[in-house]
Design a protein. Structure first.
Ligand code: TXA
Ligand code: MG
Length: 321
């Protein structure tokens, strides 16, 4: 007899073959996955998320061996990074082959590829036997889900099936490295640090989308100035002394290390020991918890800006409004 997990995997693969979109755990955040070769299935992702069609999707593969089926070119640097960090929190943007639906890339000639490290994601990719387009499984612009329950909370009945793979180990989206122009560029900081990438291929450019001048073309259209947003207004500050006691009483506090918690209505410490990996894993869950607490404002304190702190500060600054 087939064990329960296997039955669920087969059901999920079957749903994907029928053009459905399903909730998928990865080591970074949960994704909303559909067949990347099926335009109608991909359109369903955009519809469920309320995502604009100009924002392209990442295609997930079971292994590096599948790359030649989908990439029209594969630079040596991409090969080096993939060998070192796949499966893992790294997305590589390269010229695409036509088998990938244009809807996936929003008409761009390049495709974003990633091999995720979560065992359940890999098992499903093998069972399904094809490429899966999957953005984070949240409504457009909102906090990314890091548990199956958060996916259901975000997308509800619109998604027939959510595979439950527990809490995401990394908790931040993948780092996106683009080979679309002459210079290798990090388009989105994420679960793999810039330092780790540069150790393998040397110096890379880093583009902070917030600083793109108005009217300039966006190379990663999804990296918008406001994203990952809770409903509660979030203010990002460098120093807690900026917030007086009267104000604190109706606010939540999100920070790390030794925090002056005096007077806040609610406190979430991302990592008392200042571990970047712990802070990343807690980030979206804590944002969600604070967002549910009926506060007038969430005060977030910046982390130090190296290693994964760069990606965490990036998410916090886009969450602020
Ligand atoms: O960790 C992750 O990357 C998660 C999990 C589910 O794999 N996925 C994820 O997808 O974060 P999403 O859709 O939330 O973010 C994908 C980002 C967007 O900013 C999008 O604009 C960019 O990748 N992107 C995708 N394809 C691209 C392309 N061909 N050229 C430029 N940017 C691209
Ligand atoms: Mg997203």
């Amino acid at each position: 007899m087939q064990s329960a997990p296997n039955r669920e995997l087969r059901q999920a693969a079957e749903a994907l073959k029928n053009g459905q979109a399903i909730g998928l755990p990865t080591e970074t955040v949960y994704g909303l996955a559909a067949d990347a070769r099926n335009a109608e299935a991909v359109a369903r992702i955009f519809q469920i998320k309320g995502r604009p069609f100009f924002d392209p999707l990442i295609v997930h593969l079971a292994s590096l061996d599948e790359v030649p089926q989908y990439a029209a070119e594969w630079p040596e640097q991409a090969q080096k990074l993939a060998e070192k960090f796949w499966p893992g929190p790294l997305t590589l943007i390269v010229p695409k082959k036509s088998i990938i639906s244009d809807l996936v890339t929003s008409g761009l000639p390049h495709v974003a590829l990633r091999v995720p490290a979560h065992p359940l994601a890999l098992a499903l990719l093998r069972e399904f036997g094809g490429p899966l387009a999957a953005p984070s499984a949240n409504r457009f612009g909102r906090i990314s889900p890091t548990t199956a329950a958060a996916v259901r909370e975000e997308l509800g009945a619109a998604v027939p099936l959510v595979l439950d793979g527990g809490a995401c180990a990394i908790g931040l989206e993948s780092t996106i490295v683009s080979f679309a122009s002459e210079t290798t560029t990090i388009l989105r900081p994420g679960g793999l640090s810039r330092e780790a990438i540069e150790e393998v291929i040397g110096p890379v450019k880093f583009t902070d989308k917030i600083s793109v001048p108005p009217g300039a073309p966006l190379t990663a259209p999804g990296t918008l100035a406001q994203h990952y947003a809770p409903r509660t207004p979030l203010r990002l500050i460098a120093d807690l002394r900026e917030v007086d006691l009267v104000h604190r009483a109706s606010c939540g506090l999100l920070g790390w290390g030794e925090l002056d918690e005096t007077g806040f209505a609610m406190v979430r410490n991302l990592s008392p020991q200042r571990s970047f990996t712990e802070a990343a894993a807690n980030l979206f869950r804590y944002l969600r918890e604070l967002d549910h607490a009926d506060l007038t404002q969430i005060i977030a304190v910046k982390l130090s800006g190296h290693d994964l702190g760069l990606a965490i500060n990036d998410r916090l600054s886009r969450a602020s409004h």
